[in-house]
Design a binder for this molecule. Sequence first.
Ligand code: KG4
Ligand code: ZN
Length: 366
Amino acid sequence: MKRTDVNARPQIVLGIETSCDETAAAIVARYGDGHGEILSEQVYSQVKDHAPYGGVVPEIAARAHVAIIDRIIGEVVQKSGVLLSEIDGVAATGGPGLIGGVLVGLTTAKAIAYALSCPLLVINHLEGHALTARLTNDVNFPYFLLLVSGGHTQILQVNGIGKYVRLGTTLDDALGEAFDKTAKLLGLGYPGGPEVERWARSGDPEKFHFPRPFIGTDHAHFSFSGLKTALRRKALSLSPLSDQAVSDLCSSFQAAAFDVVCDRLDRAISGLAVQGINHTCNTLVVAGGVAANLEMARRLSDVKELCGIDIIIPPARLCTDNGVMIAWAGAERLALGLVDNLETPARARWPLDPQAPVASGAGVKA
Ligand code: KG4
Ligand code: ZN
């Protein structure tokens, strides 16, 4: 085993991410005082492989990871200037995600950890998203987390590494999934989030009034399937769609979705106060692919006002799936001695808060 004294030189961790359609790796350093540094990072997007199908095809994703993973890891090691013998830990996403892809990254990480005789860190992909802001902004525990990705939409309280309390979750579609489905319906290509955001810029957010599910209810859950259905009906009624109509639909979709996000956050955060729970969180971290949306960032200033809370959104390239977040979560775990053995399995489903009741209809998104 390598040294684990956190006060000595920084601990160097290689991270591997293969849970969906990005093959990514990175090397980070974590210093004894808890701050971190990215030494190298590389993301290979499989977007072109999946684009003809309008969504991620699991079998294609797994094969594409196999084809490129060795090269990506070689590149980050070379770019970091770190010797293999200086790596203190190897981290990989162990789930949740597409199991074929997760197995590719996890098995590769196990082989490298074994060959280097250094600790293996099996990372919950969602924890990777959750902890990124501690690398980019030195955020301290506890904080609130809005996790908005292609597979998940949740509000959590993050109390420490591995310590999460789920305050709300989607009962059907994830927000990123709603963006992707909207884009597909409007023929805007894949992945849909950035396309919908781009088209929305020249649209009127008030042109169409789409449903805003659960606004005003006293829980903090989400539902986006009705919004998607309403948009489909409206689009069909306007067919054939002019460019302006597409922009107006995208803009009105975002307005409805982000009204819901702001209301649910207010409900989750203010709801704790109503219940007499002193949460001591003064920061809301936004993570996951949808956090790259600039209009959402603008709208979240309402939440900042309403809830008197600072909002932190890491840089866009670290909001979408990447290797840095896995390497960093690995470094945080390594510093606490939370290492895993080589038998640790991949998991398709892996909730951050296992105590939270399964929300009806939420499936793997809970
Ligand atoms: O976190 P992520 O890269 O992968 C998952 O873990 O799911 O998130 C991908 C999701 C996709 O649904 C994508 O359309 C969405 O994030 N996304 C966006 C934007 N960029 C990515 N959604 C809205 N606006 C964006 N700019
Ligand atoms: Zn993700």
